[in-house]
Design a protein around this ligand. Sequence first.
Ligand SMILES: [Zn+2]
Length: 329
Amino acid sequence: MTFRTTRWTTLAAGSATTLLIAGCGAGSADETDTAAEGNGLTVLAGFYPLEWAASRVGGDLASVSSLTPPGAEAHDLELTPQDVAAVSEADLLVYIEGFQPAIDQAAESEAGDSAWEAGQAANLTLTAEDEGHSEEEEGHSDDEADSGEEAHADEEIVDPHFWLDPTRLADVGDALAERMAELDPDNAATFEENAAAMRADLEELDGEMQEALADCSVDTLVTSHDAFGYLGDRYGFEVVGISGLEPSEEPSPAGLAEIAELVGERGVTTVYTETLVDPAVAETVASEAGVETAVLDPIEGITDESAGDDYLQVMRANLETLQQGQSCA
Ligand SMILES: [Zn+2]
């Protein structure tokens, strides 16, 4: 993780100077003199949780939108030419490196110093192996073990799903306030206050979750894709994702059978599906193991089907679901 820290320092130092210039240009081109109205920061977020955080921190001083349309699966996002143009024009692009490859690419080619990588501040400590591949490899394909693709199988990849731990999202809010203050120094105090208010909301949520999940009979959390590692890490669950870190990874039949067996062994009573991912695979595991399903939302997007209108509401709905599904006292 050291390379990330180094790179962040360089980026931050570079952006301060460039943005002064950009700021002057925008100011002279603008017809109105009213500060907050026309001159607010234009912020593009990769997907919903970053959009929510940027909106909270930016408040009235930023116009925030998400590159992932509501209802779209965030991991597999593809950008239109208009999106790419928007990236090049935005004051700030908030994204997570390695989560949405199309945005990584646009950040590098279009955003320059306006790109801000949120994973740095979130301290992404969790990694996972590409299990689907390695199991098949060990099981029955020694011949293919030498090929380039197979060599990848054992590589550890960083888990990006930090926002499902509210305290990590609060850390991102504070860092985002600092970044916005670099772009708009006159309003630094407001960004800081907004981030503090967001932190207070997230810490209240965290307190509720700590309390409600302190004493659960079932410690294993079986979810549709492997999005809940940081949540599990914070609240004491061992998370088993049926797919890998990305919903599009197809589990092997052997992998599915293994998870169904584990469900039985560990007394799991509920397997979780998601709003934005086809529930078929999770339902197969649940019916094979003879247990129920419930919806646990990784909050990669908000739609009409979401169990709430924003991050805090959906997290509280998740909390209720978990209390029941994990048999918490
Ligand atoms: Zn995900």
